[in-house]
Design a protein around this ligand. Structure first.
Ligand SMILES: *Cc1c(COP(=O)(O)O)cnc(C)c1O
Length: 224
């Protein structure tokens, strides 16, 4: 019980510390429904999962309408249909092929899906995400798809979470978002910038994040 109360308290405290215009997403991988409910009790409204299967179990247990559910892990094309049904937003769109598959699924369902492009802002290390140089071409493709709405960008930053390199990656992603905005693409509001984790969220906020994604800072260390 004590531990669950701590999760609610952590959530409330971080929500109070975030400046206006910055929202909090709980990164819920490996967390139980009780832990997720404790964060919701503390005021959390956005939740992210890395895997379609795990998200489906959480959504089942916690309730579809108790939160806005994001996919924050890499999506494979063969899971696009399930993902389009399950999530309120996909934060990790990183290829034209995946965009077209999601668009097709949403067209069939008669829905419009909010998406973020995941930017591989520490290009030498990460395998997922679109490279900064290729982001404009992908943004133009996605903006042209009727059943996707391009809401902004997401990035992870470097694997080692080195503070200086994190900040550089965040700044680069923010500049990229400003560039894409300057194109005035129809169908692409581009108002969201999702970046910053437990060790880097203050820097991310300073660099212009509109949403931070926290796991450890809300839920405590993950069980091994
Ligand atoms: C786990 C995870 C986070 C949160 O990481 P913490 O360091 O635990 O805050 C954020 N974003 C993604 C994509 C994650 O997988």
């Amino acid at each position: 019980m004590e531990r669950l109360e701590q999760i609610s308290r952590n959530t409330r405290e971080i929500l109070q510390r975030l400046p206006p215009g910055v929202t909090l997403l709980g990164a819920a991988k490996g967390r139980t429904p009780d832990e997720i409910r404790a964060a919701l009790a503390g005021g959390l409204v956005e939740l992210g999962h890395n895997y379609v299967q795990e998200a489906a179990r959480s959504i089942d247990a916690v309730g579809r309408h108790c939160a806005r559910w994001h996919l924050i892990g890499h999506l494979q094309r063969n899971k696009a249909r399930r993902a389009a049904e399950l999530f309120d937003q996909i934060d990790t769109l990183d290829s034209a092929a995946l965009a077209e598959e999601l668009d097709k699924r949403c067209a069939a369902a008669g829905t419009v899906l909010p998406v973020l492009l995941e930017i591989n802002s520490a290009a030498e290390e990460r395998k997922s995400g679109v490279l900064p140089d290729e982001a404009e071409a992908l943004a133009r493709r996605v903006a042209g798809l009727e059943h996707l709405r391009l809401e902004g960008l997401m990035t992870m930053g470097p694997l080692d979470e080195d503070p200086r390199r994190c900040r550089q990656a965040f700044r680069l992603t923010r500049q990229l978002l400003e560039h894409l905005r300057s194109l005035h693409l129809a169908g692409a509001p581009l108002g969201q910038l999702s970046m910053g984790m437990s060790s880097s969220w203050q820097a991310a906020v300073e660099e212009g994040a509109t949403q931070v994604r926290l796991g450890t800072a809300l839920f405590g260390p993950r069980p091994a």
